[in-house]
Each structure stands twice: as structure tokens, then as C-alpha cells.
Design a protein around this ligand. Structure first.
Ligand code: HEM
Length: 254
């Protein structure tokens, strides 16, 4: 919660600055910076401060995600000649994220080995999960990097887009904005540090956020590697393929 409070405060400072200068605020870009700052800090102990410093991270994440979506939609995408430039960019972006991950993992592993007091964050968890044996294999290293990239991407874009859609809809629905604002005023008031318990009391705001996800699902699909042929609800799914699954179908299965 400390990091969330601190980054929210920085966003408020930035918005005040923008308002004072009477300039336009690109809310998607701003919340993108904040969510990336938060996930980098709470999951991996990285200080990015993207509202005030530029960094190659946002672009690398965006490019990796675009590459992933292209690949899921069409496995032949990378072999089509006119996609070459983008494929190279996506490879470079993945390499950048993985190299950064490898450096962070290396630093944290040394700290753990030296018995230093390390944060109980996702990075420590990733290392502990992979290190089931004394000696780490190349496969374990790759597994850790897969998890690093997954958390970085999964924890950021979804949340940033949800917040941006929510802000857009609040702008379009002044009466809902008023109700949400009143709840925040009642629960938080002038309090500087918002606690985890406070979040549970923001019932209406939570409903607004869930409704935003319902109208604009920020992760509308996912994919599964199907090893063998399967029948799901009378539908034949051939084995040996990567299968894009809509969440609606996943809900039916679950
Ligand atoms: C609005 C916010 C979010 C939405 C809508 C969302 C949605 C999803 C969806 C639909 C999946 C796929 C589930 C599946 O394939 O079975 C997923 C997976 C995942 N999400 Fe999120 N997520 C959000 C935020 C986060 C955050 C904040 C984190 C981490 C801090 C996170 C970490 C993950 C991870 C690790 C996976 C598993 C990926 C895998 O199985 O390889 N997500 N999320």
C-alpha cells in the first residue's frame, strides 16, 4: 500500500501541474506510467518513476504484447516477409525485458545467498519457486525469465487500460462520477495514507471498476496449448495446436 499511496500522490502532483498549465492530460499515458511504476516496484524492487523520467520499458511491453497478440491470432505471422521489421522489433523488446529480468534475478539471488534481508516480493517468489534443487539448470533460468516477463506484462496493461476506460466513462456519466466521488470523500476524506481496509469500504467505486471490466474487458481472450484432441461441450478441439480461447468459453468450461 505504501507504493500505491506514493505513486498516486505523484500522479496527483502531475495532474495539478497539467491543470495549472491548462494543458490536455493524456490519462491513458499517465495511468500507464503509474501502473508500470507500481508493478516494477512492488513485484521486482525496481524504481522507474516514469511520470518524471523516460524509460524504454513502456514501449518494450507494448511491443511484446502486440507481438503476442499477432502470434496468437496467426502462427504464420512471423514468416510473412512484410512483417519482418515488426518481428525484429518484437524480438528486440523481448530480449530487453529478459536481459533486465536476468540482471535483477542475478542481483537478488546473490543477496539471498549472502543472507541479506530481501523483500518478500514476486521476484523472491519466482527465485524460490524455480530453485527446488541445489543446482539451477538452464531450463530453470528460462522458467524464471518467463515468469518475470509474464508478471510485468500481465500486471500492467490490464490495470492501466481498465483505469483509462473507467476514467473515460466517468467523464461521460457525471452522476456516477458524483456518487463515486461522494463515497471516496466519505471513506477517505482528507486522509493522506489509504489503507488496505479502506479499499474494502469503497463499495460503489469497486462496482464502478467491475462494471468497467464488464463493458471493456481488458483481457478479452487467452490461449491454451492443446496436447491431445478434446471434446468440450460437443465442440471438437484438435490436439497439437495453440488455441485462442474466448473468456466466455473459459467460463463455460470452469
Ligand atoms: C484489470 C486487471 C487484470 C485483468 C483483467 C486480468 C486478467 C487476466 C486473465 C484473463 C488472465 C488469463 C487467465 C487464464 O488464461 O486462465 C490473467 C492471467 C494472469 N494474470 Fe492477470 N489480470 C489483471 C491484473 C493482473 C495483475 C495486477 C497481475 C499481477 C500483479 C496479474 C497477473 C497475472 C498472471 C501471473 C497470470 C497468469 C499468466 C499465465 O497463466 O501464464 N494480473 N489475467
Amino acid at each position: 500500500m505504501g507504493t500505491f499511496n506514493e505513486r498516486a500522490e505523484k500522479l496527483m502532483e502531475k495532474l495539478s501541474e497539467i491543470a495549472d498549465n491548462n494543458t490536455e492530460a493524456n490519462m491513458l499515458q499517465l495511468v500507464n506510467c503509474v501502473t508500470l511504476d507500481v508493478i516494477a516496484k512492488v513485484a521486482f524492487g525496481m524504481e522507474l518513476d516514469l511520470l518524471n523520467h523516460s524509460s524504454p520499458f513502456p514501449k518494450a511491453i507494448e511491443t511484446c504484447l502486440k507481438g503476442m497478440v499477432h502470434y496468437v491470432r496467426d502462427a504464420t505471422f512471423e514468416y510473412i516477409p512484410w512483417n519482418r521489421t515488426f518481428v525484429n522489433e518484437a524480438r528486440e523488446a523481448c530480449r530487453f525485458l529478459r536481459t533486465t529480468g536476468a540482471q535483477l534475478i542475478h542481483k537478488r539471488k546473490i543477496a539471498i545467498e549472502n543472507g541479506e534481508d530481501v523483500p518478500k516480493d514476486i521476484l523472491t517468489q519466482i527465485i524460490k519457486t524455480a530453485a527446488t534443487e541445489e543446482i539451477m539448470t538452464e531450463e530453470d533460468e528460462e522458467f524464471m525469465l518467463d515468469n518475470f516477463v509474464t508478471f510485468f506484462i500481465a500486471g500492467q496493461e490490464t490495470t492501466a487500460n481498465q483505469l483509462a476506460f473507467c476514467i473515460m466513462e466517468l467523464g461521460r456519466n457525471p452522476e456516477i462520477l458524483e456518487k463515486a466521488k461522494k463515497e471516496v470523500d466519505d471513506v477517505i476524506g482528507m486522509k493522506q495514507e489509504i489503507s488496505n481496509d479502506d479499499l474494502g469500504k469503497l463499495i460503489y467505486l469497486s462496482q464502478v471498476l467491475k462494471e468497467t471490466l464488464r463493458i471493456y474487458p481488458t483481457a478479452p481472450g487467452t490461449s491454451r496449448d492443446i496436447k491431445e484432441d478434446m471434446m468440450i461441450d460437443g465442440v471438437h478441439i484438435p490436439g497439437g495446436v495453440s488455441c485462442a480461447v474466448s473468456l466466455l468459453l473459459l467460463n463455460v468450461i470452469n
